[in-house]
Design a protein around this ligand. Structure first.
Ligand code: ATP
Ligand code: MG
Length: 420
């Protein structure tokens, strides 16, 4: 038997309503903040990710689904959303849009060849936003408040927002030098990834999952002490504005994030819920000044975040929050005879064309079983068609909640259902 590929999942009918509900809500909140949807291809030139995400990251080193197409082009299934969005911004010259920043969002599957575990899939759906074109702490705060708004709107309470500043390029370079000095003498005690990170991107040693308890990680120099005045001001302004909005956060000086292109504000949102499991990060993001230039684009800056719907659902489960199931039928038509089944078919055709959701039994079951089926399908109304009903061209429309019935001709029934 052929099975679903490792690390992927079918989202079955009994589950898909959750996704629909969440995606609808995400669209609504994006609209509140005036972000518009962008859809980019599922695959891109491999070069895009190698350049934009960076050769020293896990994504590029270990996790990409890369293949040659029949024209010998190296393509990669999209592992993250920022690089494609920025590629599109540059390619479509959005820096000339009248409105800046250009505020975009996406809901799209991402692909990473990772070790499968709870909350970690090889195909997962990310919702992400990007505000590109303006550097202003107000936008950083808008992004953070949208992020909190999203999770709180689902009723989640055990949330922890962690922020840090990575500073501008100048500060970042100074800091990296200090880290090299700090780690070099004892780098042999670190994992092989960290031994190469010290040459490619020393900051990422702080992010290493294997070496996080090493004493040198714990007493590493703090980024904050290497921020130049401008970077420090930027960070202080963001924090002050978060305070103004009563958005709670903690500062974590070791938060560096996995991607190479971050500057200034970096953040993650974690779940504090008991029983969430080992992976507690729900969402990550940050400012990426320098990314557009690095991709031969205009001298513009951006900020964004990405969350996965899979982990959002885990967080909801951990906090015992049910997602409303809006499943239901307007009308279920029960049938007693073959003639009635024919009539039901015609009736359903008319009802559905007027926007009324309706269904019937297709298995020739007994009336009792059909009523059970109507119940299972959450039908708001039912009718029963038998010989009398065909004779009189009318039926009793039954409200399943109140039990009330009303005798109506088929035409009256359609218009009554339409009104309801
Ligand atoms: P992690 O440290 O968990 O590997 P990451 O730094 O690789 O996370 P990002 O690239 O920042 O994650 O992606 C943003 C968000 O997407 C994460 O916070 C997480 O919610 C989600 N995410 C990342 N990888 C996966 C995955 N393999 N399956 C499901 N969700 C994921
Ligand atoms: Mg990862």
């Amino acid at each position: 038997m052929i099975q679903v590929p490792r690390g992927t999942q079918d989202i079955l009918p009994g589950e898909s309503y959750k996704w629909q509900y969440i995606e609808k809500k995400l669209h609504e909140i994006a609209k509140n903040y005036n972000y518009e949807e962008i859809r980019t291809p599922m695959f891109e030139s491999t070069d895009l990710f190698v350049r934009a995400v960076g050769g020293s990251t896990d994504i590029v080193n270990k996790e990409m689904y890369t293949f040659l197409d029949k024209g010998d082009r190296s393509l990669t299934l999209r592992p993250e959303g920022t690089a494609p969005v920025v590629r599109s911004y540059i390619e479509n010259k959005m820096q000339h849009n009248v409105e800046q920043p250009v505020k975009l969002f996406y809901v799209a599957p991402m692909f990473r060849y990772e070790r499968k575990q709870k909350g970690r899939y090889r195909q997962f759906v990310q919702f992400g936003v990007e505000a590109i074109g303006v550097e202003d702490p107000l936008i950083d705060v808008e992004i953070l408040s949208m992020l909190m708004h999203i999770y709180q709107s689902f009723g989640l309470k055990n949330l922890k927002l962690v922020i840090n500043s990575i500073g501008d390029m100048e500060s970042r370079n100074e800091y990296n030098k200090a880290l090299v000095e700090h780690f070099s003498p004892r780098i042999g005690e670190f994992c092989s990834d960290c031994q190469s990170r010290i040459h490619t991107n020393p900051m990422r040693i702080l992010d290493c999952k294997k070496d996080r308890d090493h004493e040198l990680v714990k007493n590493a120099p703090r980024m904050y002490d290497y921020l130049n005045d401008e970077s420090k001001n930027y960070f202080e302004t963001v924090k002050a504005k978060l305070d103004d909005l009563n958005i709670a956060y903690a500062v974590d000086y070791n938060l560096v994030r996995g991607l190479d292109y971050y500057t200034h504000t970096a953040f993650e949102l974690m779940s504090n819920a008991d029983g969430f499991g080992a992976i507690t990060t729900l969402c990550g993001g940050g400012r990426y000044n320098g990314l557009l230039e690095m991709m031969d684009g205009p001298d513009k800056t951006g900020i964004g975040f990405a969350l996965s719907i899979e982990r959002l659902i885990l967080a909801l489960e951990a906090e015992g929050i049910d997602i409303p199931n809006e499943k239901g039928l307007d009308l279920y038509v029960c049938t007693m005879t073959d003639e009635a089944r024919d009539l039901a078919g015609t009736l359903l055709h008319k009802l559905r064309n007027r926007g009324i959701s309706a269904d019937m039994d297709y298995e020739n079951r007994k009336l009792k079983a059909q009523m059970k089926d109507a119940d299972r399908k959450n039908a708001r109304y039912t009718i029963v068609l038998g010989e009398d009903e065909i004779q009189n061209q009318s039926a009793d429309l039954k409200n399943m909640q109140t039990g009330e019935t009303k005798k109506l001709s088929f035409e009256e029934m359609i218009s009554t259902m339409e009104e309801i």
